[in-house]
Design a protein around this ligand. Structure first.
Ligand SMILES: *Cc1c(COP(=O)(O)O)cnc(C)c1O
Length: 376
């Protein structure tokens, strides 16, 4: 299908639902699957994706910031827990309470701030305590004894979960995941011995699910990338991939012009491409302002008339030039595929990332707000 926009993405709701069901079937019925919809659901549209997951029976969504959580509530996502993984800053406390968001608390100082907030508001506030088990990013490094002391002080806010995050779950040349899990389990065991039982324990995101690190699944997992059809490639000797997920997003752009240029003609800013022979080029109404990586200049490919064809010259803010010498089938107004499949040709975010020198997450999240989202 084609839509009347210079550049647009088609998001398949059904594929997102299938991917979510696939994650659920891999982890099994005893494990809750929190759908990670931060960063506008990795470019897929947080509200639309949240609606799909809610319809599939999801009981928890995860976002990065209070603002992202508020947007979901204002968009009509109720009766479903929203975990704010990035915690909250002092000025966000009020919104946290008003919109019934569940923060991941990542320091004991933040825990006492949340407890004061819970005491002064009439509402119950639940939270998940995030432990830094060795990633060295958000999470408390406090000892179990220090955590117990802080929990004893915090009598108003309610501990719903204990969580940590893995730095290298797809890396089978490193023991970092096992080390992190051992640290997390030791803290949890000390808390349990002292009578602290959080209803939910969670450590795993897509890679720890896909590569079957089931000792890290506990009672909940947090799946983002998998919902959108991706698992990162492994390093080293990884076990068999358990997930069977597929990309849900196709990115298209319209040809604004098709023209023939003679041998020796230069293309684009800086004249970085010189036509080696007479050729046909197409000029697309999409550029780096839409999220096409500038690094793809003279390197990347798109799919035109069912065939992979190179990007030629430097990518501009709003325009990208491609080689159309292989076809006479396309004219101004026709669509070209930047990410997706046409016939036998395929281009996914992982392939594009490799050429652009980045990761698939970065490709998906960079598709800018100017690119219209169309749901099918
Ligand atoms: C983004 C994120 C996730 C989801 O990770 P995926 O690899 O996309 O599944 C899970 N947990 C935390 C803390 C995150 O920041």
């Amino acid at each position: 299908m084609s839509a009347p926009f210079r550049s647009y993405v088609l998001v398949s709701r059904e594929q997102i639902a299938r991917n979510y069901r696939n994650v659920r079937s891999v982890v099994g019925p005893g494990v809750e699957v929190a759908g990670v919809v931060k960063a506008d659901a990795y470019g897929h549209g947080a509200l639309e994706v949240s609606r799909v997951l809610a319809a599939e029976g999801a009981t928890c969504l995860a976002v990065s910031s209070v603002e992202e959580g508020v947007n979901l509530r204002r968009g009509g996502i109720h009766q479903i827990r929203i975990l704010v993984m990035g915690g909250f800053l002092p000025y966000e406390g009020e919104a946290l309470v008003e919109y019934d968001l569940t923060p991941a608390v990542h320091s004991l100082e933040q825990l006492s701030r949340l407890d004061r907030l819970a005491r002064s508001s009439a509402k119950p506030i639940g939270y998940h305590l995030k432990i830094d088990s060795g990633m060295g990013r958000l999470g408390t490094r406090a000892s179990a004894a220090e955590i117990l002391a802080a929990l004893a002080e915090a009598r108003y806010a309610h501990l719903e979960g204990l969580m940590t995050h893995f730095a290298s779950a797809a890396d089978y040349t490193s023991s970092q995941t096992a080390d992190q899990l051992a640290y997390f389990h030791a803290v949890c065991a000390r808390l349990r011995e002292a009578g602290v039982n959080a209803a939910r324990l969670h450590t795993s995101s897509t890679n720890a699910i896909g590569y079957g690190r089931s000792e890290g699944w506990h009672t909940m997992v947090r799946a983002g990338h998998a919902l959108y059809g991706y698992v990162s490639p492994a390093r080293g000797e990884a076990p068999r991939q358990l997930l069977d997920v597929k990309p849900a997003l196709t990115w298209k752009a319209k040809l604004l012009a098709v023209k023939d240029i003679p041998a020796g003609a230069l293309v684009g800013y800086g004249g970085t491409y010189r036509a080696p022979q007479a050729m046909r080029i197409g000029i697309l109404g999409v550029g780096y302002a839409d999220g096409v990586f500038h690094r793809l200049s003279n390197r990347g490919k798109v799919i035109a008339a069912g065939k992979l064809t190179p990007i030629v010259g430097t990518i501009s803010m709003d325009l990208t030039t491609i080689d159309l010498s292989h076809t006479t089938a396309l004219a101004a107004g026709d669509d070209v595929t930047l990410l997706g499949a046409e016939g036998e040709a395929r281009l996914d975010a992982q392939q594009i990332a490799r050429v652009a020198g980045t990761i698939s997450y970065n490709i998906l999240c960079s598709i800018s707000a100017r690119v219209r989202r169309v749901y099918v």
